[in-house]
Design a protein around this ligand. Structure first.
Ligand code: SF4
Length: 343
């Protein structure tokens, strides 16, 4: 709930208006898990709240830790479905990759989540719960975990296909009554769903990552059916109207597949597509997905591709692969947990 909704709650319960701010503080800043923990609210009012509402916090049902420190969590989201969140420590940063849907409608050819089909939209509460309920303390024998510094909407689902909930989560993360984070700590990754991408650009200041993967139209359509409805050329045209040269960052995501999109011709098509829009390109190693006849390209190819883009004045980096031993690529663990991975 945002502050307006919390104000409605306290009104309904006959409590003073300032109690809404206290509730927000207990929920988001102090992260209590029950009304009984809200010690500056009277016992009587705690009980009244507990009769009508739940706090909605739910611990992950399962977690698995990689030898590189990455931790993957599985959260139950009703009717037996599970979604993944991945905690990625990196020096003084700690990023949480959150899911916005159970399954996904976009059906990208290379993606384990896409193979599950669409199951359900996550509520804002279910997304916020992933952020608030990862254990702040390590399990016995584990390294201490950092406080989260960044959130990326890159887990299961297409965030802009659940924009209302994602927008509300961004509000809770950035509002002074919420977690009071800078929007610069948040990145939303999308295939480029329109018109919601425009809404995201207009209504928020978060960073944006667009999954490109190939600049060749027919090839992108075969890899990402969303290309048909939301052509990458239209997306880039929209993006060219916004300022990504200052506070806000635009990243283009590009998974490299051997013999598919990893040659100079494809690098050149990408350069033309970017057409001087300020952005950085993240080159991503492919994690093999069972039943998908795509293979990762070699390290040399990745470096060649990166160097070609750098030579054209485009910032391109090879993203470090994390958590390979725990299947950290989107959808892989949840698929196994549900026995839904065909592979
Ligand atoms: S890559 Fe993203 S948008 Fe495509 S199917 Fe997977 S989760 Fe959905």
């Amino acid at each position: 709930m945002n502050l307006d909704e919390l104000e409605n709650v306290v009104k309904r319960c006959g409590m003073p208006r300032f109690t809404a701010k206290q509730l927000a503080q207990w929920l988001y800043e102090k992260r209590v898990e029950s009304f009984a923990g809200m010690t500056n609210i009277s016992k009587k009012n705690q009980e009244k709240l507990a009769q009508l509402y739940i706090v909605g916090r739910e611990a992950p049902k399962h977690s698995v830790k990689s030898k590189d420190g990455t931790v993957k969590y599985l959260f139950g989201v009703g009717s037996g479905q599970v979604v993944e969140s991945v905690y990625i420590p990196d020096h003084d940063r700690a990023t949480l990759c959150v899911s916005s849907q159970s399954g996904c409608k976009m059906n990208c050819y290379f993606c384990a989540t896409g193979k599950m089909g669409f199951k359900a939209q996550l509520s804002a509460a279910q997304i916020v719960n992933q952020i608030l309920s990862i254990p702040p303390k390590p399990e016995k024998g584990h390294e201490p975990m950092h406080e989260l510094t960044n959130i990326v909407f890159m887990g299961m689902g297409e965030p802009l296909d659940n924009f209302k909930a994602v927008e509300r989560v961004i509000e809770i993360l950035t509002a002074p009554w919420g977690l009071a984070w800078s929007p610069k700590r948040i990145t939303v990754s999308t295939v480029g769903k329109l018109p919601e991408l425009k809404d995201l650009l207009e209504k928020t200041q978060v960073h944006v990552a667009v999954s490109v993967h190939t600049a060749e139209t027919a090839q992108r359509e075969s890899m990402m059916p969303a290309q048909k409805a939301f052509p990458i050329s239209t997306i880039m045209k929209l993006l060219s109207g916004y300022d990504f040269a200052h506070q806000r960052r635009l990243s283009l995501e590009y998974i490299l597949w051997r013999g598919v999109n990893d040659d100079v011709a494809h690098a050149d098509m990408l350069v033309k597509l970017i057409n001087r829009i300020p952005c950085r390109v993240n080159l991503i190693r492919f994690h093999k997905v069972d039943g998908v006849d795509l293979t990762p390209c070699s390290e040399e190819r990745m470096q060649m591709f990166r160097n070609y883009l750098n030579g054209k004045g485009i910032t391109a980096t090879i993203r470090a692969s994390r958590g390979e031993d725990i299947m950290a690529a989107c959808g892989m663990l949840a698929g196994k947990d549900k026995g839904k991975s065909k592979n």
